[in-house]
Design a binder for this molecule. Structure first.
Ligand SMILES: *[C@@H]1O[C@H](CO)[C@@H](O)[C@H](O)[C@H]1NC(C)=O
Length: 194
């Protein structure tokens, strides 16, 4: 289920991961959910831009809080669904300024390959843990990429401003030169020299 309030867009890293970005105003809680089936594994990574904090909670299909982390700039959680249902997770911003949260939910369809492997549940659980670790690394890479994009935007706008300033200066300089040439020429003309 694609969250409607997602403002940012999807970044892809090696076709493995996609991240969402949401802006959370002061005092606001933004919630998203995932429909899971019993035994499904769901995990999520998140990171607040600029190492600002967010409160994160996750509820199971019965609305019971299964994760409650306050004032953290980042996190990574996984859960195995005990029953079918809607699993909700929320980011809250109790601060006086808006925050930008990058998050990357990993739904069970990313683990399809596990069902195709014919091995013990213990091995599968270990593979799941391994893939969870890989996800975490990839997510960090994706978040880093989005950070760089943001920095790049700042840089580009700065460069834009520098460009216009330089253009303005050039125009001013050319105008002054042209006026001087005209002025000096007119003086010489007036004196009958040219
Ligand atoms: C989460 O934990 C904090 C204390 O650390 C508590 O005040 C808050 O009510 C909890 N939130 C939920 C939804 O349980």
């Amino acid at each position: 289920m694609l969250p409607l309030k997602v403002l940012g867009f999807i970044f892809s890293a090696f076709g493995l991961a996609s991240a969402f970005t949401t802006v959370i105003n002061p005092g606001i809680t933004e919630c998203f959910y995932e429909i899971l089936k019993k035994q499904d594994h769901f995990s999520i990574s998140y990171e607040v831009v600029g190492k600002k904090n967010t409160d994160f909670i996750m509820k199971n299909n019965n609305g019971v809080v299964i994760v409650n982390r306050s004032n953290m700039p980042e996190g990574n959680f996984g859960t195995n669904a005990m029953a079918d249902g809607k699993f909700e997770y929320c980011f809250s911003n109790k601060q006086t300024f808006g925050i930008v949260v990058n998050f990357n939910p990993h739904s069970p369809d990313e683990e399809e390959y596990l069902n195709k492997i014919d091995s013990s549940s213990e091995v599968k659980e270990q593979m799941r843990e391994l893939s969870h670790n890989v996800e975490e690394v990839v997510d960090h890479f994706v978040f880093m990429q989005s950070r760089n994009n943001e920095n790049e935007e700042v840089l580009l706008s700065l460069q834009g401003r520098v460009f216009w300033w330089a253009t303005l200066q050039s125009v001013a300089l050319i105008s002054v030169c042209a006026w001087q040439v005209y002025y000096v020429t007119s003086i010489f003309k007036a004196r009958g020299i040219v």
